[in-house]
Design a protein around this ligand. Structure first.
Ligand SMILES: NC(=O)c1ccc[n+]([C@@H]2O[C@H](COP(=O)([O-])OP(=O)(O)OC[C@H]3O[C@@H](n4cnc5c(N)ncnc54)[C@H](OP(=O)(O)O)[C@@H]3O)[C@@H](O)[C@H]2O)c1
Length: 289
């Protein structure tokens, strides 16, 4: 179904960066403004969303619950319990399709306890490029979620980028470590490329623009190609050439091992923040080849 023909009534709790990005994506694809409502304490953010996208707003989180199909929880993890217990008395199993949370490290068992509900609860781990409709989101749905609910969730996050379903809720820890935190890893690499460019005499502006476009172009090439990253890498390297020299130095500096260790640190941290036990890495020698 096209987004303009959607009838699912959405209420966002929280009007921050992520909620604004998702709403922007939905409106860019003509999801009807009348079906989107946003609640939260920040009246400046609410007014901005109302004037930019024409969506309904309220400082009262319970205002739109009577005629909401899908409730999207977009607040910080540390206030999630207080927000959920405030919503709990207003949730009706028959009236609502389900609930979707984007909070990192708050699991569905906690959410259903705080919300005191048997409604299906989905979780999504988005990332900040959703703000420019180039997000990468991991989605998890329990077996009790209807196809309609799954499709709606996919439509919403598909409006701001790529969606990948994970089978186990635990897999969202890996999604957090890979694509949730991933934009920061890319910005670090960007920073490193830019600073190397400046050390070789380029202006900051030229170095940054070339580095940004190189990351963008390489990502697009990888997305549009059937070649593996390793094959694509080899296609840039000619024997005895410049790229080969750089790759040899990356290898000597154990770049891949460093990335692997860093991402696994984020993965372990995700479990710790959620108060869960990290199972330890799957042992796959040469997993990056
Ligand atoms: N940013 C990321 O990269 C990222 C990636 C994946 C997942 N997430 C998850 O997305 C969620 C939102 O992140 P964000 O970056 O959008 O945060 P954010 O910009 O701080 O937005 C949170 C919003 O919640 C509002 N809020 C505070 N107390 C509230 C209450 N009692 N009831 C309703 N709303 C309330 C805040 O208002 P005030 O401004 O007045 O406090 C703010 O509008 C977090 O749980 C985070 O884990 C974020």
């Amino acid at each position: 179904m096209s987004l303009s023909r959607q009838t699912t009534r959405l209420t966002f709790i929280g009007s921050g960066n992520m909620a604004a990005a998702i709403i922007g994506g939905l409106r860019a694809l003509n999801y009807p403004a009348a079906l989107i409502r946003v609640c939260g304490p920040d009246t400046d953010q609410l007014d901005e969303l109302n004037s930019q996208y024409g969506v309904g707003i309220s400082a009262d989180n319970t205002m739109f619950l009577e005629d909401t199909d899908l409730l999207l929880l977009c607040v910080k993890p540390q206030i999630m319990q207080a927000v959920c217990t405030g919503l709990a008395p207003y949730l009706k199993t028959k009236r609502h399709l389900g609930i979707l949370s984007i909070a990192a490290g708050v699991n569905t068992a906690q959410l259903s306890t705080w919300l005191d509900t048997s409604l299906p609860i989905l979780r999504c781990m988005p990332n900040t490029p959703a703000m420019v409709q180039e997000g990468a989101a991991g989605l998890f749905a329990p077996t009790t979620a209807s196809k309609t609910l799954r499709d709606t969730a996919e439509t919403i996050f598909g409006a701001v980028g790529l969606v990948a379903w994970v089978e186990k809720e635990d897999d969202l820890h890996a999604v957090t470590a890979l694509s949730g935190s991933g934009p920061a890893y890319c910005f670090l690499f960007l920073q490193a490329l830019e600073s190397a460019g400046v050390r070789m005499g380029l202006s900051t502006e030229v170095a940054r623009n070339l580095a940004i476009q190189t990351l963008r172009g390489a990502g697009k090439l990888a997305a549009n190609s059937t070649d593996s990253p390793d094959t694509l890498k080899r296609k840039v390297m000619s024997p005895g050439g410049t790229t080969e020299q750089a790759i040899r130095q990356f290898e000597a500096d154990q770049f891949v091992t460093g990335v692997d260790r860093a991402v696994l640190k984020a993965w372990e941290r995700s479990y710790t923040l959620a108060g869960e036990q990290c199972p330890g890495p799957v042992n796959l020698p040469n997993a990056h080849d």
